[in-house]
Design a protein around this ligand. Structure first.
Ligand code: ZN
Length: 255
């Protein structure tokens, strides 16, 4: 089974469009949350994703932008964007966001032979925890109920792998800084993994290109991808929506 794994789309329709065009065919689409917040097209993104997503886990921005939880932990630019998003979302979309389930979720498997996996926005142990380094990865890798979890939230593509005392950070090694690229990780049967597909709509790993991953449960491979998208249009829309300048600039910087 081929699963397209997306996270942190953040209302960026142009990035999502480029990702879906590059992804090819898939059997399931797993969305790790943060559909909205920051970007200028929250309603459009939700309309595109609704019929496509097999499973959607809620993200912290999905929660806050639909009025569940305060913006207390948000910095001023994130807070301004959340306010704009909440005012812009239709009643129907607000209701849908409020209904999104909390992670971790275990998606249905096609057969008993398939390895069970978990989907979560932040850590599989807590939806709001960031897994940014080995230290953060330690507890979830030990304690999660499956050997593989897909996580988002950090907007950094890659992940963490562990077998006993053997630990390593996974970072895709792309051949080019431009154009569309991919890099495949072969999952070893006796290792445990936290896999982050990266952010579709607001990457923070110094690469502005939209990020996603495809997980093949038959060949036990994760293929990481980066694709360029029409960022000029996204930034123009953000300008028109009067979203904070800092958020417009960070798209070009990939941070
Ligand atoms: Zn996010």
């Amino acid at each position: 089974m081929r699963s397209l794994v997306l996270s942190d789309i953040h209302g960026n329709l142009e990035a999502l469009t480029a990702v879906l065009a590059a992804a090819g065919s898939y059997d399931a689409l797993w969305n790790l949350g943060d559909l909205v917040g920051y970007g200028p097209s929250p309603n459009e993104v939700m309309d595109v994703m609704r019929p496509l997503a097999t499973v959607t886990v809620r993200g912290n921005h999905d929660r806050v932008c639909s009025g569940q939880g305060s913006t207390r932990h948000f910095n001023p630019t994130a807070r301004a964007a959340a306010k704009w998003t909440m005012e812009t979302l239709t009643e129907e979309h607000l209701a849908l966001l409020r209904e999104l389930p909390k992670g971790p979720l275990e998606p249905e498997r096609k057969s008993e032979d398939e390895t069970p996996v978990l989907l979560s926005h932040g850590s599989p142990l807590h939806e709001d925890h960031y897994v940014q380094n080995m230290r953060d990865a330690w507890a979830p890798l030990q304690q999660m109920s499956t050997t593989i979890s897909f996580v988002g939230h950090t907007h950094v593509q890659g992940g963490f792998a562990q077998r006993g005392h053997d630990w390593n950070e996974v970072r895709p090694r792309y051949e080019a800084r431009e154009g569309s690229v991919e890099w495949t990780l072969i999952l070893e049967p006796d290792m445990r993994y936290l896999i982050n597909p990266g952010s579709v709509g607001q990457p923070r790993d110094f690469d502005w290109r939209a990020a996603f991953a495809i997980y093949d449960s038959v060949t036990h491979q994760v293929t990481y991808h980066r694709v360029p998208y029409d960022m000029a249009t996204t930034q123009e829309r953000m300008k028109q929506a009067k979203l904070p300048r800092r958020l417009i600039l960070r798209l070009s910087e990939g941070r």
